[in-house]
Design a protein around this ligand. Structure first.
Ligand code: M6R
Length: 619
């Protein structure tokens, strides 16, 4: 989603800002822009905006030719107004004195705009952002304080009081070429603390190559930055003691290396991502997992009699797998809710309910709002999250970091398998403080330890999946079918294919097929079956036969040792057979690869699929 980078320091601001914007490209955007300030006060704020890629902006800007040492920049993902240069950020006030970039949605922008127009302000764009930057100019004119920096700060602060909605903003003022202001409510914003320079960004990734010292702003905080110092306060003008965190971020993690796409890289780095997620998380007795950050004692957890997982998209699918695994191994009833529904549904929850927010980015607005709603009602909350310091991680009562490394590809892959693994480890932990036996626990621990190797073995099927993808890439409808824990993997397979190949795909529990979807079966609609060995295999086989009887093509992802009749399926991929706690992870790998290779065959932009953003920070 939209990205923000701001800079004040001693280097060429245009180069720093463009570099930051390039590092945010993965979030998804449709236009980009920069505002630069002249250090000598001699000219107006220079604003350059372009639709399309950051490369277009770079061509227009010719980095290195500008002497500015401070500026703000943005990648926009349209919410209010079309994708045009005029609607791209930064936006300036009608007197040209202020420029601002903004993430979030100003819900009362129409009334703000009407008020400002009545005062003579002229609007150029259709955006909500332009209302706020003009409101800042309005308050600046009214401000009685004369000292420009204080006046600038007061104008921003007073304007934010009138905002209904969410914002992460970076603002500059022509009268203050030594001051950069940022503020947040509901949209992430961090301050990068460097030597003789400060940065603002919506995402650590944008600035990690410059500094690893960051301050995570909280909602309702304003950062006032100069080259050499900073001050954080609240919108009520109370000083805030800022905590500087050191982020553990290897910038090479966010580079492609020898891979063609981030999605490909992230699929193939799953063995390592999973290994990192389980490191140090098994108890010495070899029969259970342990987590440092739950902030709930075993006796408190024993009182929990219901768990609700909240999440969106792929994270919601990981929650569905968690439901099967926690109910099976810990015998605690689990429900899984779309965060966007949960936040407004006012669901009755029992008093001993634990709410677990699942989110890779930790910034998905619906998940964050649902988490806040659960906390407001007094429930205990946890987060399973891949972004250290993210809003969800900070606001949950406790949590489990995934340590899967940055996920850049819009289609979630390694974050999904890592969420499933951690949910399975949580099932083990909760089971062992209840009725799961030592030997069952020890068998699970052994299974987790073998997981990275099993994932590596599964990845060797890539070449055969590439061939299957070539054969099926021209079909426009797919069904993904699986039973029990394989049902969420079927949903995930359908989502992956949809989002990066633009192919219509649906996931169903295999037996549900007879209740409607079977009407779709024909030679033009292949089905991808996820079949594991065990008690349910014969049932899955019967479902496959129903499809074959209707001339449907079947691609089957199945575990070794499954007794699949010769020639029943058209194509198959064999996955190692493993403990049921980790089998869903192994079965996910072929569906990820299948969608990746089909998207390549169709010439799609795999890492930046149309209309999608990596982190959905607006409702
Ligand atoms: O960052 P989150 O895990 O909260 O993101 C949730 C969804 O937006 C995300 O999983 C989305 O569905 C992915 N594009 C799926 O690949």
């Amino acid at each position: 989603m939209c990205g923000i980078v701001g800079y004040i320091g001693q280097r060429a601001a245009d180069s720093v800002l463009l570099d930051g914007l390039k590092r945010l490209e993965y979030r998804g955007y449709d236009s980009a822009g920069v505002a630069l300030l002249d250090p000598d006060y001699s000219s107006d704020i220079q604003i350059v905006r372009r639709t399309g890629r950051v490369a277009n902006l770079s061509d227009a800007l010719k980095p290195g030719t500008n002497k500015s040492r401070m500026g703000i920049s943005h990648t926009r993902w349209a919410t209010h107004g079309d994708v045009t240069e005029v609607n791209a950020h930064p936006h300036s006030s009608s007197d040209g004195r202020f420029a601002m970039v903004h993430n979030g949605v100003i819900e009362n922008h129409t009334s703000m705009r009407r008020f400002l127009e009545s005062k003579g302000f002229v609007f150029k764009s259709q955006t909500d952002t332009e209302a706020l930057v003009n409101l800042i100019a309005y308050h600046y004119d009214k401000e009685t304080v004369q000292e420009p920096e204080k006046r600038f700060y007061e104008a921003v602060r007073k304007s934010l009081f009138h905002v209904e909605g969410t914002y992460g903003i970076a603002v500059v003022c022509k009268d203050c070429p030594d001051t950069l202001i940022g503020a947040r409510r509901g949209s992430p914003l961090i301050v990068g603390v460097g030597k003789g320079e400060h940065l603002l960004a919506s995402d650590v990734n944008a600035i990690a190559s410059r500094t690893t010292n960051v301050i995570y702003l909280n909602d309702g905080e304003i950062a006032l930055l100069n080259k050499d110092n900073f001050a954080i306060s609240t919108t009520s003008d109370e000083g805030v003691e800022a905590v500087i965190h050191t982020v553990d971020w290897d910038t090479t993690d966010a580079e492609l290396g020898n891979f063609s796409h981030f999605m490909e890289k992230e699929i193939f780095e799953q063995p390592q991502a999973l290994q990192n997620g389980m490191r140090g998380r098994f108890a010495d007795d070899g029969s259970t997992a342990m987590f440092g950050g739950l902030n709930l004692s075993p006796s408190e957890l024993r009182l929990i009699d219901r768990i609700v997982f909240i999440g969106c998209g792929t994270a919601w699918h990981a929650g569905l797998v968690a439901e099967y695994l926690i109910e099976r191994f810990a015998r605690i009833p689990v429900e899984v809710e779309y965060a966007s529904e949960f936040r407004y549904r006012n669901a009755p929850l029992d008093k001993n309910t634990l709410v677990v927010a699942m989110s890779q980015s930790g910034e998905t607005i619906d998940t964050l709002a649902a988490l806040r709603e659960a906390k407001r009602k007094g429930y205990k909350t946890l987060a399973i999250n891949n972004s250290v310091g993210s809003s969800i991680a900070r606001e949950a009562d406790g949590g489990i970091y995934q340590h899967a490394g940055p996920e850049i590809g819009v289609a979630s892959t390694k974050a999904f398998t890592s969420q499933v693994m951690l949910a399975a480890m949580l099932a083990l932990y909760l089971g062992r403080i209840r009725d799961l036996s030592y030997s069952d626990g020890a068998a699970m621990v052994e299974a987790f330890k073998s997981l990275p190797d099993l994932v590596s073995r599964t990845l060797t099927c890539a070449e055969s999946i590439r061939k299957i993808a070539a054969k099926y890439s021209q079909y426009n409808d797919f069904l993904f079918l699986g039973r029990q824990e394989m049902f969420p993997i079927a949903l995930e397979g359908a989502l992956k294919l949809k989002e990066i190949s633009y192919i219509h795909a649906e996931g169903y529990p295999a037996a549900e097929m007879k209740h409607g979807p079977i009407a779709l079966i024909c030679e033009e609609c292949p089905s991808v079956f996820l079949a594991t060995n065990g008690e349910i295999f014969q049932k899955t086989l019967a479902n496959i036969q129903e499809i074959k009887a209707r001339k449907g093509k079947v691609i089957c992802i199945l575990t070794e040792n499954c007794d699949m009749p010769d020639d029943l399926v058209d194509d198959s991929v064999i996955v190692p057979e493993a403990h049921e706690a980790i089998q869903p992870i192994l079965m996910s790998i072929p569906v990820q690869l299948l969608s990746y290779y089909i998207a390549l065959e169709r010439g799609c932009d795999v890492d930046k699929p149309r209309n999608l953003a990596k982190s959905v920070t607006v409702e």
